[in-house]
Write a protein that binds this ligand. Structure first.
Ligand SMILES: [Cu+2]
Length: 160
């Protein structure tokens, strides 16, 4: 009888070990995709505005191109890839269809160029806050693009 109980416990422990191994193998696949953002920043929300432009370097260290099919940020209505272009002497922003990050590359998002536009923010962002945009790639990978809220007058990424 005692032996049976012990072997039951052993079995349960073994199951836990297997489950843990499974989780460790699976979670990185689901939580972390192939791309990430370095030196990510935004200027934060101007009074009366519910949108921000997000800049930084989107990095793909893998051998495959990563195609982003969906962008979301908690607390906002939508996220789009925009490009600032000079048209008839005026800066305008236009929507860019499809975000593809080439293999072994670094895609720079910067003022007057490509940026991620977060629209319909539920409230103002606090300077210093760490934020993240979730980018889902074509193979279902979830990529986190992290960035920090800087002051309204900042012009580039400010390291800590
Ligand atoms: Cu924009």
């Amino acid at each position: 009888m005692r032996k049976t109980i012990r072997s039951c416990l052993d079995n349960r422990r073994r199951t836990h070990v297997v489950m843990l191994a499974w989780l460790m193998g699976l979670l990185p696949l689901q939580l972390f995709g192939d791309i990430r953002m370095e030196a990510g920043w935004t200027r934060g929300t101007a009074v009366g505005s519910d949108r921000i432009a997000v800049y930084g370097d989107v990095i793909n260290d893998t051998e495959q191109a990563v195609r982003i099919v969906d962008l979301t940020m908690t607390g906002s209505a939508r996220v789009m890839l925009h490009e600032s272009v000079l048209e008839n002497g005026r800066m305008r922003m236009r929507h860019v269809d499809g975000l593809v990050v080439a293999p072994q590359s670094r895609m720079r998002l910067e003022p007057m160029g490509l940026h991620l536009m977060v629209m319909g923010l539920e409230g103002p962002l606090e300077v210093g806050a760490l934020m993240r945009i979730v980018a889902t790639d074509a193979s279902g990978g979830i990529n986190e693009l992290r960035f920090r809220v800087q002051s309204l007058d900042s012009v580039s990424f400010e390291a800590d």
